[in-house]
Write a protein that binds this ligand. Sequence first.
Ligand code: ZN
Length: 561
Amino acid sequence: MRFLLSVLFVCGLCVSVWADTTVSRFVFFEKTQYPLEVYVLEGKEAGPTILVQGGIQGDELSGFMTAELLASAQVKKGRIILVPRANVPSIHLRRRQVNVDMNRRFDRRYGQFYEDIVALAVRRLLQKCNGFIHLHEGSGFYSPVYVNQSKNPKRYGQSVIIDAEKYQNLQLGEMCRRVLKRFNPSVQPQAYAFSLFNTRTIENNSQYLEQRKSLSYYALTQLKIPAVAIEVSKAIGDLNWKVRQQLGLTLAFLQEMGVEAQCEIGDKLQKWSLVPDLQVNGKKVKESCSLQLGTELIVELGEKRGGACYAVFASDRPGYDLLKDSRYLLQPFRSLDIYADGKKIHSCSVSWQKAKTENGKKGDIAYKLNGKTLFAAPGKVVKVQSGDRLVLEGVVGGKKNEVLNVKGYVANPPGVYNGGQDMGVEIVLSRDMFLPRYVKKNGDNWAFGVERETSGIQVRPVTFEVQELHSPVFVLSGEQERILLYTPRQGEIEIPVGEYRFGGGWAGKAGEVHCFFNGRLLKKDEKISFSENKKNVLQLVDKNTFFVFSDIVFIPIGLFL
Ligand SMILES: [Zn+2]
């Protein structure tokens, strides 16, 4: 407690300085089911940049709650890049993983599941950081010697995990012992004080070699920056207590790494999952609502009143967040349910009216492409583009238990039998996500079939032909608002030195691409300048799949005449 009190006391004296934190927020994969929200908190005094991340495993509540609270921190010195919830779909289901354990996807570049796409983005965020703090919640209590079932070397709770005592010139163990020596005296009861847990992942005889696939190990060995994981215990019931401890220890580690920050919790934890207003097709509803088949369903929530991450699921599609996309109604379901961090907090029962006019023809497959409802008759060929978001809604005039199978795509985690059902899940079109033997190649483009596998039905499949995108464009405006539009087929562009305004980047009809300029994400209308003798690299990256289209090298040219 001594340590925390002194921090608060010092901060109380310099409120005006602390209040100068610059906060910016952006979201990767914004329209998908796996949004990645990122905050950058920057103090007035220059200092190191530290990445703090929570929520990589959805059943570890303290981790993402602590990280979410940290978004309101005041930073005096240095910079925090904050990812409160790395794995939103797993939080919505309150499960460790949906397809694969995201924290075992950092040893190489994977591309099969959404977890892999998110991992690519997180890895990129880490590139320019000087340290990494990962927030977790582990089982039982770690102890270097066996004490009992819940307290032994196989448990993770109430520990700080490192992969090596030291690595090159990084003295990780020493750093952690310093922090724990300062922090631990404040932990009450003392039985819950944090232990240092060196998994010795770096050594070939380590018992924890699978942690070589973790983000901490990547940070330490590839980027050569200090990385720690702070684990509170799932065996401690008082969530409020755990979050406060984890936050305090995170601030202590930030300070050790050179970032001065403070964070007031206030009554935020008490108000964490207050029920927001539910709006269905623009109207506020409470316990019940009425929906009509053959129409669009648009679900929104009123003002977010707590720190929780909210979602609304239809009872027949658990895990599919309707706040991210509208739904075309073909079959009735029981209720619309509001979830806060994976816990159901409100249910609205639904009564049904028949369709007035049918859209599409009987037997058509209804699907959503980038949020728009479309219909395709059996045998039809539909042209789409890589990175598009596809959701199969159902069959017009169909039976009760229709099965639509996207050939080559597995919507369920490995080992879970799904009977081929791919209806009601978001499929981001990326060839890496499809089993090669089901994909028909045609030059650079590829195609897959959607088969109606409902028993007793035999119709031709609908074929989706996916066009691979090669030539995204971006816009730069020069001094006289002269617009320079580039289609970067070539790897190098000569550009006159000077200042430019970035107007955005696009690929295909689905929309924007991310543009990274020398590794930094560009915002629309941001100014960038090219000076002589400086190499600049612009990277265009697909917004949904994080596929890198091209590296464009700018060669600034001065006036030679
Ligand atoms: Zn964990």
